[in-house]
Design a protein around this ligand. Structure first.
Ligand SMILES: C[S@@+](CC[C@H](N)C(=O)[O-])C[C@H]1O[C@@H](n2cnc3c(N)ncnc32)[C@H](O)[C@@H]1O
Length: 285
């Protein structure tokens, strides 16, 4: 029997709330919209109109709701995550791009836009879904973008997302040695590396259970990959080139200190819209 959408949304939201899902009604609307190919607004309109959901759609929705109750990220269930003006394909094996990274990417985009070259080179190290690389490639279309990802699973998602971006070159490689052929030529290197200290296990089950460990953990102080990144970016960038690093809100001072030790200049940490220090930039001497 068809199920009234309004009542269905209410009961799903109640079950998600009981499981501790943070935005239960939003998730209920987005999951139903995913099943029916409708936007959230269209779902809300259908609920107000008194529309009903066909039995087979309700059964498919029930399966997704069970997975969400198990804290599988909403984006894994819908297969899609927003990032700036993009919709990226995501799923098991890849880090779900976060809103805070949208702001970090702006530093790299601005630096590329200000670069004097006809075709400035931007490099995204640890590209995950390809979010930052694709944002740079589409928002600075005259740039040439290079992206490296170590994990084969994440690399496959990035390949899917960047397949039709003609100015993106994607490789599966360790950022410690990626793109040696570009040494001394890049205008911008950006990375959102794994930076969680090994013993700071994230509280959110969506993160703890479903983001890949390789995407999260960065050694005892969280900065193991940042140390490697600093050295690799020094080699990749041309003099005056810009390094952009996303990091945890308490890591700015330690990152500025390690960048200064490596010889970077003008290291500066920037707060996000919630006043948390989430990005550090520096210039290649
Ligand atoms: C925090 S995630 C960020 C992903 C993506 N850049 C974003 O912002 O959504 C870190 C990414 O770095 C990758 N990674 C970790 N260590 C790496 C290494 N040594 N070389 C290349 N990629 C690495 C992880 O697999 C993961 O995809």
């Amino acid at each position: 029997m068809p199920a009234p959408i309004a009542a269905l949304l209410r009961s799903i939201a109640q079950r998600l709330a009981a499981a501790g899902v943070p935005d239960p009604l939003v998730d209920a609307e987005l999951l139903l919209g995913h099943i029916r190919g409708m936007s959230r607004g269209e779902v809300q309109a259908a609920a107000v109109r008194g529309d009903a959901l066909a039995e087979e759609d309700a059964a498919a929705l029930a399966q997704l709701v069970e997975r969400r109750i198990g804290h599988e990220p909403l984006q894994h269930l819908t297969g899609s995550a927003p990032f700036r003006h993009l919709q990226l394909a995501v799923g098991p094996g890849v880090f779900v791009p976060r809103p805070e990274t949208e702001q970090v990417a702006q530093f790299a985009i601005d630096a590329l836009l200000n670069a004097p070259d006809a075709a400035p080179i931007g490099i995204d190290l640890g590209t995950g879904s390809g979010a930052i690389a694709l944002a740079m490639a589409t928002e600075v279309p005259h740039a040439r973008i290079f992206a490296a990802e170590l994990s084969p699973e994440a690399h496959a998602w990035a390949a899917r997302n960047t397949v039709s971006a003609e100015n993106v070159t994607l490789v599966q490689a360790d950022l410690a040695e990626a793109f040696a052929e570009l040494d001394g030529q890049a205008a911008v290197v950006i990375s959102n590396p794994p930076y969680v200290p090994d013993d700071a296990i994230p509280r959110d089950p969506e993160v703890r259970l479903f983001d890949p460990a390789l995407a999260l953990y960065g050694g005892p102080d969280g900065l193991d990959v940042v140390r490697v990144l600093s050295r690799r970016a020094l080699a990749l960038l041309r003099p005056g080139g810009t390094l952009v690093i996303e990091h945890g809100e308490l890591q700015g001072a330690a990152i500025r200190a390690l960048l200064a030790d490596d010889g970077w200049r003008a290291a500066a940490t920037h707060p996000d819209l919630t006043h948390r220090d989430r990005a550090t930039t520096a210039l290649r001497p």
